[in-house]
Design a protein around this ligand. Structure first.
Ligand code: FAD
Length: 378
């Protein structure tokens, strides 16, 4: 038997965890390393929930990727006998009558065989009377999409990885000297050195600091604030038995997830916030964003007008200039692959992206040209 290729994957978030698992399933020996643990509170994959949807606008690779991811989430849920995706549906509120973003998205949903319903204004009002649909003309509803448990999924992937024979180490990888030549090993914070044949770095918002030359300002870490409001006692209208995940594209892009493992009615503004330090940044919300969130909730969900704020969360997007991922080989260190730039929408794709990166690293396949680093030079 030939010796399996040894791959070290740095970062056990949504991108690194799934990549490590699929590398293992393709026959590699895999060591996964994380400084603070899978789905930790500093990582972009932390927190309770993330939206999983296929509506993505025209001509992009993400609807097809989401369709593949939905299949793989289900496959792994069956294998692990657990629920990670809550298929409560996703509703997109469309402001334009005709050729808006939602309308073009429908063609992509069709191509990717993601089920959808086109709902008229009247149908929306009838189905969800707890929403004020002012300014909305129609909607796209994806009945089989919904939300994914975030931190729990990352931890489940890690458990699955270990159960299938992967090795996990909780340690920080030193950022020194990673860009000058072929990588000959990693220095770990526990004093050990780890040698592998190939290396994958999926370090989310830390990619810029670890690879100042190859990545540098191509990934910016932005502060994103999330609010959880408390619905009235005993009122199910705002939990995930009565409300789907929703997205409202008028002006600012607001979205929300009901339920959230009883944390409350989650609402967030997708607008990119100021720069944020993922290691040392204090995760405290701003008064300004809280006022905006309250105003929006009162307008769109009138019965929640005086709902108290019960919890908050600050996370960061690892944002590329064009919002597309980065999946590429390092331009100098040819046994190093860089995977990141989830840009506020990466989580759902974890299993499909991991499967793809495993093929790229082990079989020499090329990443989608829209995800390669040379696009930034054009
Ligand atoms: C508020 C918010 C809402 C979002 N909403 C959605 C959504 O609804 N749907 C969706 O699909 N996506 C969403 N996203 C985006 C998605 O969560 C991210 O794109 C995705 O989680 C990124 O995963 P990652 O593995 O690249 O990074 P991370 O999760 O940050 O993982 C990187 C890991 O690397 C480790 N690490 C860093 N440096 C080192 C080092 N030197 N040594 C060892 N380990 C190291 C860290 O500890 C971390 O665990 C959202 C993100 C945020 C912040």
């Amino acid at each position: 038997m030939p010796k399996p290729i040894h791959v070290a994957v740095v970062g056990a978030g949504a991108f690194g965890g799934w990549t490590a698992l699929y590398l293992l399933r393709k026959g590699a020996r895999v060591t996964l390393i994380d400084a603070w643990g899978a789905g930790n509170s500093r990582s972009s994959s932390g927190g309770e929930t993330r939206v999983i949807r296929g509506t993505y606008g025209p001509r992009q690779p993400y609807t097809a990727l989401a369709a593949r991811a939905l299949k793989l989430w289900r496959e792994n849920e069956r294998k692990w006998k657990c629920y990670l995706v809550h298929r409560i549906g996703v509703l997109w509120m469309a402001a334009d009558n005709d050729d808006g973003w939602e309308k073009v998205s429908i063609d992509e949903l069709k191509k990717a065989s993601i089920p959808y319903e086109r709902l008229s204004f009247r149908a929306l009002k009838k189905r969800w009377p707890q929403i004020n649909f002012e300014g909305v003309h129609w909607g796209v509803f994806e009945p089989e999409s919904g939300y994914v448990k975030a931190r729990i999924s990352c931890q489940r992937v890690l458990e699955g990885f270990i159960a299938e024979g992967g090795e996990y180490r909780q340690s920080a990888v030193s950022v020194e000297g990673l860009e000058s030549a072929r990588c000959k090993g990693l220095s770990l914070s526990d004093g050990n050195r780890l040698k592998a044949d190939r290396y994958v770095f999926a370090c989310g918002p830390w990619m810029a600091e670890i690879f100042p030359h190859a990545i540098g300002d191509k990934i910016r870490s932005t502060k994103q604030e999330v609010f959880f409001f408390g619905p009235p006692a005993g009122d199910p209208r705002f939990d995930d038995t009565h409300l789907p995940v929703w997205a409202d594209h008028r002006g600012r892009f607001m979205y929300g997830i009901p339920g959230n493992q009883a944390r409350g009615f989650k609402i967030a503004d997708d607008t990119r916030g100021p720069d944020f330090d993922p290691t040392a940044g204090e995760r405290v919300i701003s008064d300004e964003r809280l006022v905006m969130a309250r105003e929006y909730v009162a307008f769109r969900f009138p019965a929640m007008k005086n709902a108290p704020l019960v919890e908050t969360r600050v996370c960061q997007y690892e944002q590329t200039a064009d919002g597309h991922f980065i999946v590429d080989r390092h331009p100098v260190a040819e046994n190093v692959w860089l995977v990141g730039g989830g840009s506020g929408h990466g989580f759902k794709h974890g299993p499909a992206l991991g499967e793809m990166v495993a093929k790229i690293v082990l079989e020499g396949k090329e990443a989608d040209s829209g995800w390669r680093l040379d696009r930034f030079r054009k």
